[in-house]
Write a protein that binds this ligand. Structure first.
Ligand SMILES: *Cc1c(COP(=O)(O)O)cnc(C)c1O
Length: 373
């Protein structure tokens, strides 16, 4: 890619096999959900990451909605989660009437501060939802121990966390439930798409039913029952085989995709290490880096805006995101008034640099060559 062309923030990467597999799916005569490609993708997550049961969904948002249904979240239940996250983390639980209790981020990185959680737990708390921001693990031992102590569930929003680990365990395989995203801005994509991970056996059977519109059709297809019917609430959470075929082409190339993203990430890191004006992302010893995103932190909102405009003048498009959910137009009147200063700091000072497969190292160096002047 030439540097004098516009450099977008993201560009979806195609491995080349997407349309071939879609043709195969179409030719097979089965294009609705839960066919061969769906099975392949689900097995991939189960085998490679040790997730007990994986179900493809039409988005990570949908997988999170399934989590809220599976946990029987109802009016008045409390769910703790970070404020520095995407709206879907919260919406899935708000839709079922939960009261969201937002937690602050850590001082050293944007993940939920595990040390603030115990004070937020009440007799109404049903779940803690963690978000592995930038694919970097939250402190899961502490969080799982708290959940055990108080008899509450842990949901991992692993939207950004494919191929990332906490003390050797794959993210998405640790909480009772987890949700991945294959939106076109993630490492592995299918346009829109997601996956529900289940690591607590009690949820498996019901998850398949909720997934299939509240029917026991999955069990019927396996020959376990001789007719299927309406047995529970549910919705249409499963994607078509066309989406699964696309996703399979991506998953087959995961190692290659990851290698390239890490090269780009490291090139950024080496460059910004020399820059006094920015702080670098921190990856704790217990976590790995899946190169989902490369971000830096500026000293203030003003400095962050200048940084972005400096790049924009050169047709390069870094972005910021996540206005703290506790102070969002929808939620600010519902928030209990606690200050969440670290969350506000990331909302004001974090910038994400362009990071996608086709952005080669030379290009990254050129992007930065006369920046920050
Ligand atoms: C991308 C993202 C989502 C939403 O994923 P979709 O597949 O678009 O629904 C949810 N949570 C986080 C943290 C994300 O980054």
């Amino acid at each position: 890619m030439e540097v004098n062309t516009v450099i977008p923030f993201n560009k979806p990467y195609l491995t080349g096999n997407e349309t071939k597999y879609i043709e195969e799916a179409v030719a097979s005569g089965k294009i609705s959900g839960n066919g061969i490609f769906t099975q392949k993708c689900q097995h991939f997550f189960q085998e490679r990451y040790g997730i007990q049961k994986a179900l493809l969904t039409t988005s990570c948002t949908d997988a999170l909605e399934m989590c809220a249904i599976l946990l029987n979240i109802k009016e008045g239940d409390e769910v703790i989660m970070p404020s520095y996250t995407f709206v879907s983390t919260a919406n899935a639980f708000v839709l079922r009437g939960a009261k969201i209790v937002f937690a602050d981020s850590r001082t050293d990185q944007p993940n939920i501060d595990e040390n603030t959680l115990e004070d937020l737990i009440t007799s109404k708390t049903k779940a803690i939802v963690v978000v592995h921001y930038a694919g970097v693990a939250c402190e899961m031992d502490t969080i799982m121990a708290l959940a055990k102590k108080y008899g509450i569930y842990v949901v991992e929003d692993a939207a950004q966390a494919i191929e990332s680990f906490y003390k050797g365990k794959a993210l998405g395989s640790i909480g009772h439930l987890s949700a991945f995203s294959f939106h076109e801005t993630k490492n592995v994509i299918s346009g829109e798409g997601g996956l529900l991970g289940i690591n607590d056996e009690q949820f498996i059977e019901r998850a398949e039913i909720i997934w299939e519109k509240g029917t026991n059709r999955s069990a019927f297809f396996r020959g376990e029952i001789d007719k299927y019917g309406w047995v529970d609430v549910g919705s249409s959470f499963l994607p078509s085989e066309i989406i699964a075929a696309f996703l399979w082409a991506q998953l087959e190339n995961l190692d290659d995709i990851q290698q390239r993203r890490k090269e780009i990430w490291n090139t950024y890191y080496q460059f910004f290490k020399e820059e006094e004006k920015v702080s670098l992302p921190m990856v704790p010893d217990y976590a790995t880096n899946n190169a989902h995103m490369f971000y830096v932190l500026l000293a203030s909102l003003k400095k962050r805006n200048e940084f972005i405009s400096g790049y924009k003048e050169r047709a390069i498009n870094p972005v910021f995101h996540y206005v703290s959910l506790h102070s969002s137009p929808y939620f600010k009147d519902k928030h209990d008034g606690r200050k969440l200063p670290n969350c506000d700091k990331y909302a004001d000072t974090l910038v994400r640099m362009p990071l996608f497969y086709e952005l080669d190292q030379k290009c990254v160096l050129n992007i930065n060559s006369d920046s920050l002047k």
